[in-house]
Design a protein around this ligand. Structure first.
Ligand SMILES: [Zn+2]
Length: 482
């Protein structure tokens, strides 16, 4: 008998609860030794020593942290089939590989393979909602495969529909795309829908019909904005002047932008999705939290793509704290000053990883542990780990100490999908077979040489400078000259 059969109430007993129930920027409340009762798809009660319904299943959360499920607002899930392949890429190499050369090779089943593994990976790490920034949908068959995969894994997803092989005006006008929307965008609470495309700054604004399509379909737009060498202030200005900057718009990266663009984003109520690990190594620009904090723009976190980076938001929180503080110190040092108090705090990045994502998606019912909210919950607890105690600063524990192996229990929509560190009802072997078939196919289509070169880009020759301060040479030279 399954302890977690559908409909059975769940009691998380005696954990340290991070409710994330403050207003924006107020994440700090901690509830020690607190119970969380889940009935149906909702959180029914939060408090000490709650009475349990007779049929409730209890999970011992003592010594652990109970927090909202994490929310990733930008992940190219189809690319997970090539996990780690591009570890040494720059953004340029990524564009060449996916956009110009080999991205076209992906078949619907390859998108399915990547999405399935990405969804499983997210759940395992306590990421209960993912925006699938799905820009590999060359045909509607690819889109159906993407949606099928997302609906086969028990998490909450937003299919952000995109197609890098056509202009956004073209694919959003296609009858088969409209048919897909009619068939698949049904208001399912576990599968949301957005449009994903970029605004390149052409003064003719060729993306305008795509924005009009989004408006007509009632779908939010997510767009890579502020990407060095690709998208910048011109695109933001065009969107602003045509009235397409809305509160639901998500600006991904938002690095390499001027204060003027940040003003426009702040004034129109949109949010920024920061992928710190990505910005730090691909080259979109410096991770912008240190700058956008001053504008009061809502922030959420994302990891971008497993082709390079880790698929858990613990890494995103850690990288974001590091990048923000590092920049703050360097800016001060440039002025001969010393930072004596950190501007960005651990509770703030935990808020961005949870409630920030909910806010970006317009989902007030997600991102916090409060009665009446959807029961998307994570228990971080690992009694066998020497890193699990002492639990003095729970926000610091989440942001700097915890990792995916510490995710003990995950609930989505009131359903337990991971318990005692094991995913429930997930066929990992089937997911592995699918991904292996995709890797084998891509590798044979590309040929061994291209496959190897793609993974191992050339290292340009570096000139090692002669050291002018070789002491003995200096002496012998000077002796010589004397
Ligand atoms: Zn991206």
């Amino acid at each position: 008998m399954n302890d977690f059969e559908a409909g059975r109430p769940v009691m998380l007993r005696g954990g340290t609860v991070l409710p994330m129930d403050g207003r924006q920027g107020e994440g700090r409340r901690v509830l020690p030794r607190t119970d969380v009762l889940v009935t149906g798809d909702r959180i029914a009660a939060v408090g000490p020593e709650l009475p349990a319904p007779p049929d409730a299943v209890e999970i011992d959360a003592s010594g652990g942290i109970v927090m909202p499920g994490m929310i990733d607002t930008h992940r190219h899930m189809w690319q997970t089939a090539l996990r780690g392949y591009g570890a040494d890429w720059t953004l340029t190499q990524y564009f060449v590989w996916f956009y110009l050369e080999h991205g076209k090779l992906f078949r619907p089943e390859d998108v399915h393979a990547g999405n399935t593994l990405a969804a499983i990976e997210a759940l395992d790490a306590g990421v209960t909602t993912v925006v699938d920034w799905s820009h590999g949908l060359q045909t509607v068959d690819h889109a159906d495969a993407a949606a099928d995969a997302l609906q086969s894994v028990p998490g909450r997803y937003v299919l952000a529909y995109g197609n890098i092989q056509q202009s956004p005006a073209e694919w959003t006008a296609a009858p088969e795309f409209r048919d897909f929307v009619r068939r698949r965008v049904t208001g399912d609470d576990l599968l949301g829908f957005q449009l994903a495309f970029d605004v390149l700054g052409d003064p003719a604004f060729p993306e305008k019909p795509a924005f009009e399509a989004a408006r007509e379909l009632g779908a939010a737009v997510t767009t890579h904005a502020g990407v060095w060498g690709a998208t910048g202030d011109d695109g933001i200005k065009l969107m602003y002047e045509h009235g397409f900057m809305t509160p639901g718009t998500i600006y991904v990266h938002a690095a390499s932008l001027s204060a003027d663009s940040y003003h426009r984003i702040a004034a129109t109520g949109g949010s920024i999705s920061v992928s710190t690990e990505s910005e730090q190594s691909a080259g979109q620009g410096y991770p912008p939290t240190w700058a956008v904090r001053a504008h009061g723009i809502p922030v959420s976190l994302s990891m971008d793509t497993s082709v390079w980076w880790s698929g858990d938001l613990f890494s995103a929180m850690r990288a974001t704290l590091g990048a923000d503080r590092s920049r703050e110190h360097l800016e001060a040092h440039a002025k001969g000053e010393t930072v004596t108090h950190c501007g960005l705090r651990a509770d703030q990045v935990v808020e961005w990883a949870t409630r920030g994502g909910a806010r970006a998606l317009g989902r007030d019912d997600l991102g916090s542990v409060e009665p009446g909210k959807k029961a998307d919950l994570v228990l971080i607890k690992n009694d066998l780990s020497p890193v699990s105690f002492p639990l003095l600063n729970p926000f610091g524990q989440v942001a700097f100490q915890a990792q995916r192996g510490d995710v003990h229990t995950v609930l989505v929509d009131g359903r337990v999908v991971k318990h005692e560190h094991r995913l429930l009802g997930i066929d990992l072997a089937a997911a592995r077979r699918e991904v292996e078939a995709t890797v084998e196919y891509l590798r044979s289509e590309m040929g061994e040489e291209a496959w190897e070169q793609g993974m191992n880009p050339d290292v340009p020759a570096t000139k090692i400078l002669d050291n002018p301060y070789t002491y003995t040479d200096y002496r012998s030279d000077s002796t010589h000259r004397l």
